[in-house]
Each structure stands twice: as structure tokens, then as C-alpha cells.
Design a protein around this ligand. Structure first.
Ligand code: NAD
Length: 731
């Protein structure tokens, strides 16, 4: 077994413990790593020749990326019937190792002990920052690309190796809150000004070694181990501290609507920990951490937002085809989507030819990148050089000849099959035989559009979401004839622009829109039934949806809703099921309430376009009924309608991998992230209960809630999506 940590002691007695996970570009903590770090600490503390210790990384530009989350799964499995005990004990062992670093051999009176410094060559995340927090002094390289912080909350857990307790004691509850509750990451200079690290310098290893040689006994006693220590900003029963905790509690509940267990548990760990001595606080932190790790929400979030998201980004479903990295992309149509696609491509260093009907229109699209970068410069997130570099990569033109040499085309012209076909034919006259042609259509079947090409195997859908630069999901759609090289090309492109791909098969609305449209429609249906709009919107938010269905339709525009309804009705004929929805949106359109852009929709807006509340005039046409459904009933309608559509997409073969279904749902339309996605949510409910609810909802509201066969079958066998044999291999 190759060592993850090694130790060397120099002539001056400084023992340097170097972390270097074999075979990884960044260090990741494993159980073996913890054991080795612990053994080196024991040896260094016991060795009289060692006067001080420096912990650093053997990886250039980074200290560590975090913990291997499989450790947690292993602790849970090892626990058999009592996973809580096993997890709690596992966490306490980690606390003991970090506490050993922090106490460094001191006795109860803070006497003795050896100075321990940490030298960070760069990025230090999660456990990679919790270890430094246990050291006596943190030196970080002046590396502006480095990110330092505790992002655990983003995947549904919290810093559970003492990071929560140490940071809240170091900065005070208020000071620590952006780093703990929002997972805010900082570059080294900002980390120093926030008090996360002590020094930023060119050679942190040399500085750390020099420091341990000169450290005084008082330098190595942590404030919380010193007599008379008081929490910065005040402990909970101090008047100032009281205000902080009341405010933090309100903020957490306001932001999370109470559905994210990790934020609440972390706040409890900080609050309760602040009332007791440090070692007891660590125990409290460990208990809350155990409870979070055992909550199905946190496992589902880790699975979807960390493990599976990363697997998809690394090409889990990429066909085995040689590297298809994009060198020169042609973007056809420089409107809202095309301009965004040009921007993200140029930012990834790809040459872009941005083509529109006129040179002016193309230039306007290119100016979007200019405006975006200028905003970035004003916010100190970009530099004038970066702006120039991005703009230099974009050629704005109306001349198809400029597309010569493009290896990928992304078409984003008007949503009209005839125009798209003309554009496709024209493009193909000017590009090489190998060029892959992608369309960004949001509704038109790829297999139909592919007919405009003589090489349909090189034709594919690459569906971006708006705004392109913000939305992290890209839906790649395989047409009937699409070949593997086109899929690989699309995946490699998405990887270059650092977004998350899912690959789906061709069908009406693909995957994301197929699920989100029923969500909007269900909300509108309830309006027609007399359910209070406030209940609909709040039920959605309290179920963890970022926007209620009525706000969402206002954002995307009621005009678009009307267009989609008309097109779907024309395509489906008699089978069209959404007449009740159309009554409401057609009436809204007649009233001129087209949504946020029009300054009027289901919500009212002020002159600046800010929402001022639900539109009261709606009640004149759709009065609120005396009897209102329960909150759970409304929430179930809103979540089931999306989840059942996701299951049907799987049954129909539009989705081929539930991981894509879950990750795509969270990143594409914000499906209740706490649940891990629609398949994870159904797993949390349990198939038997989910099937029973489908039957009740069908009886009460109609066949759109009919239980899909797959779910019914799973209910009969008491199986889950992630547990079932066929999918667990994939997952
Ligand atoms: P848009 O109207 O903002 O832009 C379309 C651009 O295409 C315009 O600049 C227009 O001048 C140009 N164009 C039209 N015909 C052309 C031709 N023959 N040759 C060259 N350029 C031509 O539209 P958009 O919102 O950017 O949408 C573009 C495509 O992306 C559509 O297929 C749409 O369905 C899809 N899409 C849109 C969204 C969204 O939220 N807007 C999301 C995903 C996908």
C-alpha cells in the first residue's frame, strides 16, 4: 500500500508531514490517510529530536480537496444494525486525531507541547481546511486561484470534523456564518482578511518552518483552551450573542424553509457547543453530524450533488470514442441563447464564430460577452486582459464562409423548423465533413431536424438553459440516427465549458421541459379549482422548489406558455389533456398579463420589475374556494406530478440512467435539492407509499397521477430506484 502521508525531520528538528494521495491530482482524505497522519503525529510528538511540526501537501497548487465521502458510507455499513453508533464513534476518532494536533502534547495546564503549523500551497477545502484549523498557525501561498473554505453545506452535510466548532469559536457565530451556512469559499488574500488563515506569503512551507522554530509557548495554546476564553461576538446568553443566534435561526429557516436538515443541525451544534467546554462541544458536533449523516436527505444530496454529478461531468455515459475536444465552434443565431453560448465557449478558450442574419445582429451578440466581462471587472471577478482574451476569440459575422474550420456547430436561431432546416443546409455547405452539427432547440424533435443533414449520425441536440452562463445543466439529445462520435463531441464540449451534462433520447420536450411543464400546469390547474394562489406558491417553496409554479410561469412568460400549449394541442389532437390549464393562461393573456417582462402576470410588479405580491385581480375570475386542501396535499400534487413524469421518461427510454434524472432535475429546474432529485424523493417516500399516494391522487384529481408500471412493480417488491439491481450497478 503506497503511503498517503510521509514525514521527514530536518537538521533543525522540524518534522514535515507531507500529504500526497497517490494517483490523484488533489489530496482526498481516506481512512488510511487518517491513520497515517495520526501515526506520524504520535511519532513526532514522542521524538525528542523534533522541536516543531509542519503539515503540508506534496501536490503543487493545492493542499486538499476534501474527504472521500465513501468513508461515511463505510462507517454506516460497518455499523450493521446500529449505524448511528458506528458513525458517531468514527467521527469521534477523527476528532481525537485533530485534537491531538491541536493539543500537540500539552498537559492540562497548557505546558509542554510542540508548535504545529500548516503550509497550504493552494486550495484547501472541507477536511482540507479542518486540519489546518486544528493547527496553531496557517500559512497560505499567495495563489489567487486557490479556494479556501468549508463547502460541505452545498452537498447537504456540514463540517463535521471540528470545522463547525473551531471556525465559530475563531470568528464568532456571526463572522463564521457565511463560511459555514453558505459554504463561502475565499482566495488566500480574502481568507486572511476574514481571519480564516494567518499569513499569505510566497513560500508558505519556509515561513511555516521558520515560525515553528520561533513559536513561544503562548503561541500554541488555542484561545478556547485558554482560561477565561469568551466567544467572539458573544455566546448565546450574552445580549449580543443572543441577537446573533435569533437572527441566524430566522435566516436559516427563511432560506431553507426548514427542509435542509444540515443547516438546522449545524446551527444547533454551534449554539449548544458555545455553552460548553471545547471537548464537549466537539461531542455535540459529532452527535448532530451523525444525525445529519443518517438523514435520508443528506445521503441523497451527497449522492446526486457530489458523487453522481462528478461522475457525469467526468463522462460516466460517454461512448468510447477518441478525444473530441472542440477547437472552433460556430454559433448560429446571436440572440439570447447564441450570445450566451458564445460567451461560455470563449471563456473556455474555444474559438467562436458567431453568425447571425446581419453583421449588426452578430456584433450585438458579441457585445454580450463584453458587457458580461465588464460587469465582472467592476466586481473584481475578471480583468481587462481576460475580457480582451475572450473578445479576441469571438468573430461576429453574417458570412457563412467564416465557419470554415469549425469542428462543432451549435444552432440557436428562431424556433422554426423551416428556418432551422435552411440554416442547417447552408452551414453544411461551408464546414468540413467531420463537423458535428448541434441544435439548441427546446421543443422540436431532433430526429426530424436531422433530416436537413445528409449525415444524421453527426446531428445532435445540445440544449442549454437560460441564462446560459448561469445554468449548469446541459441536456444532450440523441436523435434516432445520432452516432457515438456526436455524443462524445457534445460531452467533451460540455466538459470544456465546465457544465454538467445529461444524455437523453429524443421525445417531445426531452427530459427537463417534459417534467417542468406539468409542474407549472398543476399550479395553474389549482388556480382554476379555487385553491388559494398563496397556498400554491408557499407549498411549492416549502417543499424546496426555488420558485412556485405561478412565479415560474411569470418568469418564463405566459406568452411562451400560450405558444407551447397551442403547439402541443396541434400535435396531440384529441389526446390533449390540458384544457383546464389553457382556460387560465389564455384568459391571463387576454388580460395582457404576460408575465414579469410585461410587468403583470400572476404577480403584480412595480416600475422596476420587482414583485409586489400575488395579483389580487385573479380572484375576480377564479375565486378562492371556501374549502382549501391541506399543505401536504398541495405539495404532493406539485412534487408527484414532476416525479411521475420523470419515471415515465425512464420507462419510455428518454432517460437511461436515474443518476441523470436526479442530477438533471436539480440543476435544470431546481427540483427540491434536499431530496436528491425525483427518483431519490420517491425512494425516500418508499415505493409502496408512493404507489398508494398515486392511487389516492388519481382518484381525487385524475389520471395524470396514475402510478407508472415500474413504480407499481417496485412497490410490490418493496424495491427502491437506487437499491434495485439494474440501477445500482450504474449508480
Ligand atoms: P432569440 O430570438 O433571442 O434569438 C434568435 C436569433 O437567431 C436572432 O438573433 C435571429 O436574428 C437569429 N436568426 C434567425 N434566423 C436566422 C437565420 N436564418 N440565420 C441566422 N440567424 C438567424 O431566440 P433564443 O431565445 O436565443 O432562442 C434560440 C433557440 O434556442 C431556439 O431554438 C429556442 O427554442 C432555443 N432555446 C431557448 C431558450 C430560452 O430560454 N430562450 C432555452 C433553451 C433553448
Amino acid at each position: 500500500m503506497t503511503a498517503e502521508f510521509t514525514m521527514e525531520t530536518d537538521a533543525q528538528g522540524v518534522a514535515t508531514i507531507t500529504w500526497d494521495t497517490p494517483g490523484k491530482s488533489m489530496n482526498v482524505m481516506s481512512l488510511q490517510g487518517f491513520a497515517e497522519l495520526d501515526a506520524h503525529m504520535d511519532a513526532a510528538l514522542a521524538d525528542d529530536a523534533v522541536t516543531g511540526i509542519v503539515i503540508t501537501s506534496g501536490k503543487p497548487g493545492s493542499f486538499a480537496g476534501g474527504m472521500d465521502l465513501n468513508i461515511i458510507a463505510k462507517m454506516r455499513e460497518d455499523g450493521g444494525d446500529d449505524p448511528a453508533k458506528s458513525i458517531f464513534e468514527g467521527i469521534m476518532k477523527i476528532h481525537a486525531i485533530l485534537r491531538k494536533i491541536e493539543r500537540a502534547g500539552m498537559d492540562d495546564k497548557n505546558k509542554g507541547g510542540k508548535p504545529v503549523a500548516c503550509a497550504l500551497p493552494g486550495t484547501a477545502l472541507g477536511i482540507g481546511f479542518e486540519i489546518p484549523l486544528a493547527c496553531h498557525r496557517i500559512f497560505a501561498a499567495d495563489n489567487p486561484k486557490a479556494k479556501i473554505g468549508l463547502p460541505e453545506i452545498m452537498v447537504g452535510i456540514f463540517p463535521g470534523a471540528g470545522g463547525t466548532t473551531r471556525l465559530s469559536r475563531k470568528l464568532g457565530a456571526m463572522g463564521a456564518s457565511p463560511f459555514l451556512l453558505e459554504g463561502k469559499l475565499s482566495d488566500p488574500k480574502k481568507a486572511k482578511s476574514a481571519g480564516l488563515v494567518d499569513e499569505v506569503c510566497d513560500d508558505p512551507l519556509a515561513a511555516a518552518k521558520a515560525w515553528v522554530l520561533e513559536a513561544k509557548p503562548s503561541d500554541i495554546v488555542k484561545p478556547w483552551d485558554d482560561k477565561g476564553w469568551k466567544m467572539p461576538g458573544g455566546a448565546p446568553y450574552h445580549p449580543a450573542g443572543f441577537m446573533t443566534f435569533v437572527g441566524a435561526s430566522a435566516m436559516v429557516n427563511g432560506k431553507t424553509k426548514g427542509v435542509y436538515p444540515a443547516a438546522k443541525a449545524m446551527l444547533s451544534a454551534v449554539y449548544e457547543g458555545a455553552l460548553v467546554p471545547f471537548d464537549t462541544a466537539l461531542k455535540i458536533e459529532a452527535r448532530w453530524f451523525t444525525s445529519v449523516l443518517l438523514d435520508p436527505s443528506s445521503s441523497a444530496m451527497i449522492r446526486s450533488l457530489f458523487i453522481n454529478k462528478e461522475a457525469l461531468e467526468k463522462g460516466a455515459n460517454r461512448p468510447e470514442v477518441a478525444d473530441q475536444k472542440v477547437r472552433r465552434v460556430g454559433v448560429i443565431g446571436a440572440g439570447m441563447m447564441g450570445a450566451g453560448i458564445a460567451l461560455v465557449s470563449a471563456m473556455a478558450g474555444i474559438e467562436v464564430v458567431l453568425l447571425d442574419q446581419s453583421k449588426e445582429a452578430a456584433e450585438k451578440g458579441r457585445a454580450y460577452t463584453e458587457g458580461y466581462m465588464e460587469k465582472g471587472i467592476a466586481r473584481k471577478k475578471a480583468t481587462p486582459e481576460k475580457k480582451e482574451a475572450a473578445l479576441a476569440l469571438i468573430t461576429a459575422t453574417d458570412d457563412y464562409a467564416a465557419l470554415k474550420g469549425c469542428d462543432l456547430i451549435v444552432e440557436a436561431v428562431f424556433e422554426d423548423p423551416k428556418i432551422k432546416a435552411e440554416v442547417t443546409a447552408e452551414v453544411l455547405k461551408h464546414v468540413g465533413e467531420d463537423c458535428i452539427f448541434a441544435t439548441n432547440t427546446s421543443t422540436l424533435p431532433i430526429s426530424e431536424l436531422a433530416k436537413a443533414s445528409e449525415s444524421p449520425e453527426q446531428f445532435i441536440g445540445i440544449h442549454f438553459f437560460s441564462p446560459v452562463e448561469k445554468m449548469m445543466l446541459v441536456e444532450i439529445i440523441r436523435g434516432k440516427a445520432t452516432g457515438d462520435r456526436a455524443v462524445a463531441k457534445a460531452l467533451d464540449f460540455v466538459r470544456q465549458i465546465r457544465k454538467t451534462p445529461i444524455v437523453v433520447n429524443d421525445a417531445r420536450f426531452f427530459y427537463a421541459n417534459r417534467c417542468i411543464i406539468p409542474y407549472i400546469n398543476e399550479g395553474i390547474r389549482m388556480v382554476a379549482e379555487g385553491v388559494s394562489p398563496a397556498l400554491i406558491e408557499n407549498a411549492a417553496r416549502m417543499a424546496g422548489m426555488p420558485l412556485g409554479p405561478l412565479q415560474l410561469v411569470d418568469e418564463t412568460s405566459i406568452e411562451l406558455g400560450v405558444k407551447i400549449a397551442k403547439a402541443t394541442k396541434a400535435a396531440m389532437g384529441e389526446a390533449y389533456p390540458d384544457g383546464a390549464v389553457d382556460d387560465v393562461i389564455f384568459w391571463m393573456a387576454d388580460q395582457g398579463r404576460m408575465g414579469r417582462k410585461a410587468g403583470a402576470g400572476f404577480y403584480s410588479y412595480d416600475d422596476k420589475g420587482k414583485r409586489t405580491g400575488l395579483w389580487e385581480g385573479l380572484a375576480a375570475q377564479y375565486p378562492v374556494a371556501d374549502d382549501q386542501p391541506s399543505l401536504t396535499e398541495v405539495q404532493h400534487r406539485l412534487l408527484f406530478i414532476q416525479s411521475l413524469e420523470a419515471v415515465r421518461a425512464l420507462e419510455d427510454g428518454v432517460l437511461t440512467d436515474i443518476r441523470e434524472g436526479d442530477v438533471g432535475a436539480i440543476l435544470g429546474w431546481g427540483f427540491a435539492p434536499w431530496s436528491g432529485g425525483p427518483f431519490s424523493w420517491l425512494d425516500i417516500l418508499g415505493a409502496p407509499y408512493a404507489a398508494e399516494r398515486c392511487d389516492e391522487l388519481t382518484e381525487a384529481h385524475g389520471d395524470r397521477f396514475a402510478c407508472p408500471e415500474l413504480l407499481r412493480e417496485m412497490a410490490g417488491k418493496n424495491r427502491s430506484f437506487y437499491g434495485s439491481a439494474s440501477q445500482s450497478a450504474a449508480a
